[in-house]
Design a binder for this molecule. Structure first.
Ligand code: CA
Length: 311
């Protein structure tokens, strides 16, 4: 048995990578608010109407790993000239490179009523450069009334965030914007010389790719490990598919609880996902078969996103 050809399935009722991806906008409620807005002269917030355009974007204070909040803002105000407050623009100076080494998170988590917020990121020339789910609520992840974006810039400069209400722009909506730099890209240590990087938060998808996958998901680490240690290209796919597609990947599966072959260092552990979506993968880093202390240790990305991922 070659260590690189062993695959084990472990059924767990956890998903390390992403929460379930519900979409739960209540359209009837949103429509009701839209009618309501057109009939009431809502008091505008302190940044209106200047922040209605990119040119009037409100600069955010220097971004750091300490969470900060800007607001509250109220969208949907009807100005005395009859126009509406449809957009709020903010701008922020972000550090970037190609490939990126930093990732930032923007969200309106905490907003629990009214229509959902919706946002994208523009450059200083007014070009939309980041909208993780075009046509959908970007980064919403089923939180209903919020958006959430993680963004890894490819260059250093000013970036512009435009916030509006989802479906019907211009609806009344009060929200606060949360923002911070993630720990994404931090070197957490290494196993057999293959570096483990922090994904920042398990709920963040950077949507930045290197040949071994999305930086820094669990699958990317396993792919990079096999490429560097075994010169083996495992391809792509969500973590759980490393079990179901094991034949195509040139791997041999050993079902958990059924196989009598113990795992070996360098093997892949595949964790299933009860929702049938993402799952999780990790590399076996040590095996103890002694009676009484029988255990394995694993090395992984995007579980704890701290030193425990290599411990
Ligand atoms: Ca505005």
């Amino acid at each position: 048995m070659k260590a690189s050809n062993l695959l084990i399935l472990v059924l767990l009722t956890i998903c390390f990578v992403f929460p379930l991806n519900y979409i739960s906008l209540t359209a009837a409620s949103a429509d009701d608010r839209g009618v309501f807005d057109s009939q009431v002269n809502i008091v505008k917030d302190q940044w209106d109407p200047n922040d209605d355009t990119l040119a009037g974007a409100i600069p955010l204070p220097s971004i750091s790993r300490t969470p900060q909040t800007h607001g509250p803002h109220t969208l949907g105000a009807v100005y005395t000239n009859g126009t509406k407050d449809t957009y709020d623009w903010v701008k922020v100076l972000l550090e970037g490179s190609n490939p990126p080494t930093k990732c930032y998170k923007f969200d309106t988590i905490g907003s629990t009523s009214g229509p959902s917020t919706y946002a994208g990121i523009w450059d200083s020339s007014g070009n939309l450069i980041w909208e993780p789910y075009p046509g959908d609520k970007p980064g919403d992840y089923g939180m209903g009334n919020c958006f959430r974006i993680s963004f890894a810039p490819l260059y250093t400069g000013w970036y512009y965030l435009r916030i509006r209400t989802y479906v019907n722009a211009g609806q009344e909506k009060t929200y606060s914007l949360n923002y911070k730099e993630l720990t994404w890209g931090d070197n957490l240590g290494s196993f057999n010389g293959v570096t483990v990087y922090s994904n920042g938060e398990t709920t963040c998808g950077s949507f930045r790719y290197i040949p071994t996958g999305m930086m820094w998901q669990c699958v990317e680490y396993v792919n990079r490990y096999y490429l560097l240690k075994y010169a083996k290209d495992l391809g792509s796919g969500n973590a759980r598919t490393y079990w179901t597609n094991r034949d195509a990947k040139g791997l041999i599966g050993y079902p958990n609880g059924l196989s009598t072959t113990p795992p070996a260092v360098g093997d892949i552990i595949v964790f299933d996902d009860p929702s049938g979506q993402y799952g999780h993968v990790a590399i076996v880093r040590s095996v103890d078969l002694a009676p009484g202390s029988m255990s394995i240790r694993i090395c992984q990305q995007n579980c704890f996103n701290d030193a425990r991922d290599v411990d």
